[in-house]
Write a protein that binds this ligand. Structure first.
Ligand code: IMP
Length: 193
């Protein structure tokens, strides 16, 4: 059995994607279901650092991540509040209030993931971004969360209309986790640029 990292998340969609992405680096991923009390902050890095602080004493590498959809047309909203907004407006409701709020506003969108890895008591952060636009109506049934309304730059389909491999190629999580994968293979300075 190859090397393994524990991923502290309760989101099955994230676990599946993290597994797919790190498999390419020869790393297996075990779930570590953890309920975090997230700090009140408008900063993904601060959320990730707070999560890592809870896990730092565990043995072996432990991975966390926090993601958000930032819409410049709405002043960066929902950003770190993405989980809450998805809960009340997502799913079968199709993000209708969010789409209405965007009418007449620029539809550009940035999906951002900050991944955090704690190894031997040291924390490392890795950032990945996917730029794109918000679709006028939800499309597709793949993925999770905001995938039916996010179209990555240069593409016509939403993340939810793509295969898992395609989404990972363009996604914020794919970009952040490939940095994690490279770091796990060859530890050096974390690439949190
Ligand atoms: P968190 O990182 O769990 O706080 O995620 C914030 C919100 O963004 C949640 O509602 C997630 O479902 C959503 N989200 C995170 N990553 C993705 C993604 O890759 N696609 C679509 N929605 C996502």
């Amino acid at each position: 059995m190859g090397p393994r990292v524990r991923f502290a998340s309760r989101n099955p969609g994230k676990l599946r994607e993290v597994r797919e992405i790190l498999a390419a680096f020869g790393w297996g991923v075990d779930p570590l279901p953890t309920r975090f009390v997230e700090p009140q902050t408008d900063n993904l890095r601060a959320v990730v650092r707070a999560k890592l602080a809870v896990l730092r004493d565990l043995s072996g590498p432990v991975l966390v991540e926090d993601s958000g959809l930032f819409l410049p047309g709405l002043g960066g909203f929902p950003g770190v509040y993405s989980a809450y907004i998805a809960e009340i407006w997502g799913g079968p409701k199709g993000f209708r209030p969010l789409l209405r709020a965007l009418e007449g506003a620029p539809r550009t969108a940035i999906f951002r993931t900050v991944a955090g890895l704690t190894v031997d008591g040291r924390d490392h952060l890795f950032v990945g971004e996917s730029r794109g636009t918000v679709a006028r109506l939800p499309r597709g049934s793949g993925g999770f969360g905001y995938d039916p309304i996010f179209i990555p730059e240069g593409q016509r389909r939403t993340f939810a209309q793509m295969s898992p491999e395609e989404k990972n190629r363009f996604s914020h999580r794919g970009r952040a986790l490939r940095k994690v994968g490279r770091f796990l293979l060859r530890p050096g300075p974390a690439d949190a640029a």
